[in-house]
Design a protein around this ligand. Structure first.
Ligand code: ADP
Ligand code: G6P
Length: 483
């Protein structure tokens, strides 16, 4: 039986070793939550990093770790501390991530990072080559592994390889600044199908291929020697059922069964009836526009002072990549901003911003979604933004308002949300007012369309469409090559 091999930097769980022994926590981020729903059954193997470096793993625990991962149909790639420094914190998150999110000034072009990135991509490729049988389908994910398709194809020319990028692909003018741009493109072209969240990212990629490599591109096919590579967009969906069912469960919990967070939110509603809760949930990342959002909230409260004591902003920021200097600076900036605004505007009865810097269990995430009247998501640039989709899926009574940045990939499919430019404070202040005063019927009408779309194009359909396209591409190419 052929299997699907999923390869990403992180496995769906992250292992930790503490006094109590080995434990596993779910990985955070769109890739992990989305692909988790696709990875099930014995016909799929997920290869990635376990979250532990070689130095963290005592020899004695190695078999236990491999066994635990095998039970989850996962297999680890061994990485050492210096790999993580150069490849993960370095090239992936100090070069590619900022560049692909248009933070050109944050992007560092360090030869050492690049060397480490190449070496670690080779480690992932070797792990695939060792695990894959002839007719397996290989699906490589995201910006940490851009060179892997070519490395696998070099050793396994007949392998069926798909690649999906979970972040934006920037315009040619941005991408061309990368010193290793041709290598990156050639790395990706080892795949038979290359997928993006949106048509714009696809277009940017094709333009770079044409202009930097001078290859023949016809519509969305790239002609490379004896191969044809297909490029297409597949906007990632969510596991709609999982989120709506979890929401029903959260809402139904009564009395002492309610979580501590729910009790706190209930208490808030009791003590300040009519107050609106606005929620924002992101990894603490500069691409998410968290600092600007806080500034825009202050602007709103000054423009419409009648809403003081009538709204509260809950910010859940999940710690992320905290070894990277820009993330440390951002953490400091947000701490200071929240402290200053709460210090200046709080009253005896009211704190404008509740700020949580931690990862919450899935159930609490759902509690936040279901308790909030408004979700306000303001990425300055975002490949997709699944939080926007998850919020809508949890609104089982169809109320709730989504305010979403135009710069998120998901905005393309969520026209009924209130779309904003995160740099425009005036517009956001007015949009917040519109959201707070939006009649229930209008909320329900908008969410009805959004929910229908998300239900229809869920993560399973997304994965199937990608897989079917990959299989048919291989068939077509097989014919093309043999002719
Ligand atoms: P990104 O992939 O850039 O982090 P997305 O919005 O696409 O942004 O995906 C974030 C994912 O992480 C969502 O699926 C969300 O449910 C999950 N997530 C966010 N915060 C938490 C948290 N505190 N605990 C668990 N999962 C979280
Ligand atoms: C985004 C990326 C993923 C990444 C996730 C979390 O979703 O597209 O590849 O896994 O962020 O980031 P981290 O660096 O913690 O893996």
């Amino acid at each position: 039986m052929s299997k699907t091999i999923i390869i990403s930097n992180r496995l769906p769980v992250q292992l930790q070793i503490s006094d109590g022994g080995l434990s596993a926590i779910p990985s955070v981020g769109g890739l992990a939550t989305g692909m988790k729903s696709v990875h099930s059954g014995d016909d799929s193997l997920w290869i990635g990093w376990s979250g532990l470096t070689d130095e963290d793993i005592p020899n004695i625990l190695e078999p236990q770790i491999d066994h635990a991962l095998r039970e989850l149909n996962c297999s680890k790639v061994r990485l050492n501390k210096s790999d993580i420094e150069g490849y993960y914190f370095g090239f992936s998150n100090r070069t590619i991530w900022p560049l692909f999110h248009y933070f050109l000034e944050y992007s560092e072009f360090e030869l050492d990072f690049w060397e480490s990135y190449k070496a670690v991509n080779q480690k992932f490729a070797d792990a695939i080559i060792e695990a894959a049988d002839e007719d397996d389908i290989i699906w490589v994910h995201d910006y940490q592994l851009l060179l892997v398709p070519e490395m696998v194809k070099a050793k396994r020319p007949n392998a069926t390889i798909g690649f999906f990028l979970h972040i934006p692909f920037p315009s040619y003018e941005i991408f061309r600044t990368l010193p290793w741009r041709e290598h990156i493109l050639r790395g990706l072209l080892g795949a038979d199908l290359i997928g993006f969240h949106t048509y714009d990212y696809e277009r940017h990629f094709l333009s770079s291929v044409r202009r930097l490599l001078g290859l023949d591109v016809s519509f969305n096919d790239i002609y490379l020697e004896d191969r044809v590579i297909k490029v297409d967009s597949f906007p990632m969906g969510i596991d709609y059922h999982k989120f709506s069912e979890a929401a029903k469960k959260s809402i139904a919990l009564q009395g002492k069964h309610r979580s501590d967070l729910q009790k706190k939110l209930d208490e808030h509603k009791r003590s300040a009836p009519g107050t609106k809760l606005i929620v924002s949930i992101d990894r603490l990342d500069y691409s998410k526009g968290i600092a600007k959002r806080i500034n825009a909230f202050e602007y709103f409260l000054n423009k419409y002072p009648e809403y003081k004591e009538k709204v509260r902003l809950i910010i859940l920021a999940v710690p992320s990549r905290s070894n990277v200097p820009q993330y440390q600076l951002l953490k400091r900036e947000i701490d200071e901003l929240v402290g200053r605004i709460n210090g200046e505007l709080s009253t005896v009865n009211w704190t404008p911003i509740w700020y949580f810097y931690r990862s919450l269990p899935f159930e609490n995430l759902i509690d936040l979604y279901t308790s909030s009247d408004i979700a306000w998501l303001t990425p300055l640039r975002d490949g997709m933004n699944l939080v926007a989709k998850e919020y809508i899926a949890t609104r089982t009574d169809k109320t709730g308002v989504l305010i979403l940045s135009e710069m998120a990939g998901s905005a393309n499919e969520m026209n009924e949300a209130l779309l904003i430019n995160p740099n425009n404070f005036e517009e956001q202040a007015d949009t917040l007012k519109q959201a707070i005063t939006m009649p229930k019927e209008e909320q329900m009408a908008r969410n009805m369309f959004l929910q229908k779309r998300l239900q229809r194009y869920n993560v399973e359909v997304w994965a199937n469409e990608f897989m079917n396209s990959l299989k048919s591409q291989r068939k077509a190419v097989g014919t093309f090559v043999s002719e």
